[in-house]
Design a protein around this ligand. Structure first.
Ligand SMILES: *Cc1c(COP(=O)(O)O)cnc(C)c1O
Length: 344
């Protein structure tokens, strides 16, 4: 079959990605594992890895063994955050430098049986009650398996001053003191902004690498800009409505551009009231409801034609709080129709 050009573009700023990694690693003062799970939060994990590798991260964290395999690189130090089950033994054998972050006693037993003597990491529960073994089970794990790094994860580090964060820090400090022969890692992007007490041996930033503002004190560089094309421009007479539900009515005769992007591409309906597009510096408001594959924008008084490209203002620190949608979701929903285009 022939190919056709990608209908959408995701412009990705490589220097901003690198600057965000350097900023977070410098702030933490310890080696950093880059979280590239979920296809690097939607940016494309292979390219993110290729661009971060020269900055010497401690390694890369994915959620699953298929994600690790998809990177196609046996040379990487990788963390598999969902741990290990026996049906993933072939993947683990093919990736000798990957370490599962074991999170249950069953996973620990399965790993010890499948790969006796091979290093793994541990995830320990300190108050999030998501994934991890109880601190009481650490000693048995260390007896069963050579453990590289002991991890835990912060539940509320994105909220300044949240008391659970300090409770988790104290519990993890006690764990670190009891296991002095091992490395320890606690902080995600937000945790890094709580200060060096949270650094331990290594950190695991994700969102902050990709331009998300993980903590009120963070000033990330902007990385991700979606771009879409105008399919049609029509003049909508004053008093007529646009789109499903007829939720927007033209106050005056208006030139309306229909773009080839919608909620199927990750442009959630809830962004519509705050969504701005750009052709150059001029902001262009979206109007009406977002369709599955289309968005309407008011391009009155602008010199635009069918086929022209517009960029969407996907500034996460603004759009997240303005829409109430998590910045993680604003990134990870960006779909497969985009061609990912990296720029310096
Ligand atoms: C996703 C994830 C991270 C990265 O978190 P961010 O908030 O994106 O920085 C770190 N650690 C674990 C265990 C994770 O699951």
């Amino acid at each position: 079959m022939p190919t056709a050009p990608a209908p959408l573009r995701l412009r990705l700023n490589a220097s901003a990605l690198a600057a965000n990694f350097r900023d977070l690693a410098t702030r933490a003062g310890v080696p950093a594992y880059a979280a590239v799970k979920a296809d690097a939060y939607g940016l494309g994990a292979q390219e993110v890895v290729r661009r971060l590798k020269p900055l010497n991260p401690a390694g890369f964290a994915v959620a699953t063994w298929p994600e690790a395999l998809a990177l196609g690189r046996a040379d990487l130090d990788m963390l598999i955050l969902h741990g290990f089950t026996t049906d993933c033994a072939a993947a683990a054998a093919a990736l000798p430098r990957a370490r599962p972050v074991l999170a249950t006693t069953a996973q620990i037993a399965a790993w010890a049986t499948a790969f006796p003597g091979r290093m793994a990491d541990l995830m320990v529960e300190t108050g999030m009650n998501r994934l991890g073994i109880d601190p009481a089970d650490i000693a048995a794990a260390i007896a069963a398996i050579p453990i590289h790094t002991i991890h835990s994860h912060l539940a509320c580090a994105d909220e300044q001053g949240h008391p659970l964060t300090l409770r988790q820090l104290n519990i993890f400090r006690a764990i670190a003191a009891a296991t002095p022969a091992h490395s320890h890692a606690l902080a995600n992007s937000a945790g890094i902004h709580w200060g060096r007490a949270f650094s331990f041996s290594a950190v695991r930033p994700g969102l902050g690498l990709y331009g998300g503002q993980a903590h009120p004190d963070a000033t990330p560089h902007h990385v991700v800009t979606p771009e879409a094309r105008i399919l049609q421009i029509r003049t909508v007479p004053a008093g007529q409505s646009v789109g499903y539900g007829a939720t927007w009515t033209a106050p005056t005769d208006s030139r309306i551009a229909i773009l080839n992007i919608g909620y199927a591409d990750g442009i959630c309906r809830a962004t519509a009231p705050k969504l701005q597009l750009h052709a150059g510096p001029q902001p262009i408001p979206a109007v009406g409801l977002i369709s599955m594959d289309m968005i309407a924008a008011n391009v009155s008084n602008l010199d635009l034609s069918e086929g022209d490209w517009l960029s969407l203002d996907w500034h996460l620190p603004t759009l997240g709080p303005a829409t109430g949608i998590s910045q993680y979701e604003l990134l990870t929903r960006l779909g497969p129709r985009f061609e990912r285009v990296w720029e310096i």
